[in-house]
Design a protein around this ligand. Structure first.
Ligand SMILES: Cc1cc2nc3c(=O)[nH]c(=O)nc-3n(C[C@H](O)[C@H](O)[C@H](O)COP(=O)(O)OP(=O)(O)OC[C@H]3O[C@@H](n4cnc5c(N)ncnc54)[C@H](O)[C@@H]3O)c2cc1C
Length: 386
């Protein structure tokens, strides 16, 4: 394991960093104020990101993606954390790994357009009665002579307003959960309300309703009964990227702001950064961020090496999201009243960070996975040198 960056990785990180600084960060406040990103700006971001080769970096090069391995993806994802969720989605795409289970005609219908940024994919697993317990879904698909018919409902579906199709989990038998690609616009498929959230302004989180939605046979992705495994496998990598690496990036961004403020702000005739209590908040943040960063990279390295990283991903999910929570809380404290005031973005970072401990599996669920892993396989499960 060598975490020293090579020249190529440095260039890649610099390109992403520049793109975020020049193209995305200037849009953040507008999105916050307006609560949305207009379609023209969204399309132009996608175009510009594609032009510099930054769209769908995690997808295979043979299909038009960036072809990055897990470590390189996480290096980029950490940089993505330096801006807001909606801008990252538009600029870099949300092309879920499960799409790679597509075969034959499915590839042209759903995978290539997603990688090209011409069609966007949403992920619909959660239901009002099935959150953490994702296997208790009620949405179901019945086989018909012409394919499938889908019934049920989902909620909290990120980016549903913008998405052109969804990967939807549905029961296809008593014990089988399957994954279907469901195009927006199919008869019987409607969007409910956009569920207003505490943060992540600019994104939408819709309810989806399926009322006798007819699906072609090819809508089934990865085989009947494979849906839960596919969704969880996909979420594993999504968790490491979207929650692990991005949380590290967000926390680093906030630490930069805190440090600058501690150097500039003066009280009692000195910089607040000269007070030891402020120094403790800065030092603790730096230490915790780097611990989480190393865990993200180690886990990504395990994935690239073909090792089973599932329990590690759970550990990273908790560590990175809770580190972010502590860092943004300290940032509000270091900024004092200005940390609470909407004239600076600190209060927004604080609100946006909270959901990291909830989505893609709550801290409690992932702590359970870590503990059960330990009890079943022993403490060497998390021994770096085993
Ligand atoms: C902003 C946002 C975006 C989202 N985007 C999507 C999306 O795009 N697609 C999608 O499918 N879903 C999405 N979700 C749903 C998200 O994944 C769920 O909210 C999450 O999995 C938790 O489920 P829940 O909200 O039903 O909470 P519940 O499962 O009801 O949990 C409530 C509490 O009980 C605890 N709990 C539950 N089970 C256990 C247990 N076994 N042991 C200990 N404690 C337990 C939980 O940790 C939590 O504290 C999104 C949610 C949010 C808030």
């Amino acid at each position: 394991m060598d975490f020293a960056l090579n020249d190529e990785q440095r260039m890649m990180i610099d390109t992403v960093r520049r793109f975020i600084r020049d193209e995305l960060q200037p849009l953040e406040q507008r999105v916050e104020d307006e609560g949305r990103l207009d379609d023209d700006t969204a399309h132009s971001i996608i175009e510009r990101s594609r032009a510099v080769g930054l769209y769908a970096l995690n997808m295979p090069a043979a299909l038009g993606g960036g072809g990055l391995g897990a470590v390189d993806s996480m290096l980029c994802e950490e940089q993505f954390g330096h801006t807001t969720d909606i801008l990252v989605r538009r600029a870099f795409g949300n092309v879920y790994d499960a799409l790679l289970a597509c075969e034959g005609e499915q590839v042209d219908r759903w995978v290539r357009p997603a990688i090209a940024g011409t069609r966007t994919c949403g992920l619909a697993i959660t239901e009002t009665g099935a959150g953490s317990d994702a296997q208790s879904i009620k949405t179901h698909a019945e086989r018909t002579p012409s394919g499938w018919v889908l019934n049920g409902a989902k909620h909290f579906i990120s980016d549903a307003g913008w998405s052109d199709f969804f990967l939807v989990s549905a029961r296809t038998g008593d014990n089988a959960i399957s994954l279907f690609a469901v195009d927006k616009g199919l008869p019987g498929f409607t969007l409910g309300k956009d569920q207003s959230m505490m943060g992540l302004r600019g994104t939408t989180h819709y309810e989806l309703f399926f009322d006798d939605v007819p699906l072609e046979p090819m809508a089934l992705i990865g085989g009947e009964g494979e849906g839960f495994k596919l969704a969880m496998g996909m979420l594993g990598r999504v968790r490491l990227a979207l929650v692990g690496a991005r949380a590290v990036g967000k926390a680093s961004h906030v630490l930069e702001l805190m440090t600058d403020y501690a150097k500039d702000r003066r009280q009692f005739g000195q910089r607040i950064g000269d007070f030891q209590l402020i120094q403790q908040m800065l030092a603790d943040s730096a230490m915790e961020i780097n611990a989480a960063r190393l865990m993200v990279l180690h886990t990504a390295w395990m994935i690239d090496a073909g090792l089973d990283a599932r329990d590690w991903i759970s550990m990273v999910k908790v560590q990175a999201s809770e580190t972010l929570g502590r860092v943004v809380d300290r940032a509000v404290q270091v900024f004092g009243g200005m940390g609470f005031c909407k004239e600076l973005p600190i209060e927004r970072y604080y609100r946006d960070a909270r959901v990291y401990r909830i989505f893609d599996g709550t801290s409690e669920i992932h702590r359970g996975i870590v503990a059960r892993g330990l009890l079943k396989r022993g403490a060497e499960l998390f021994d770096l040198h085993r």
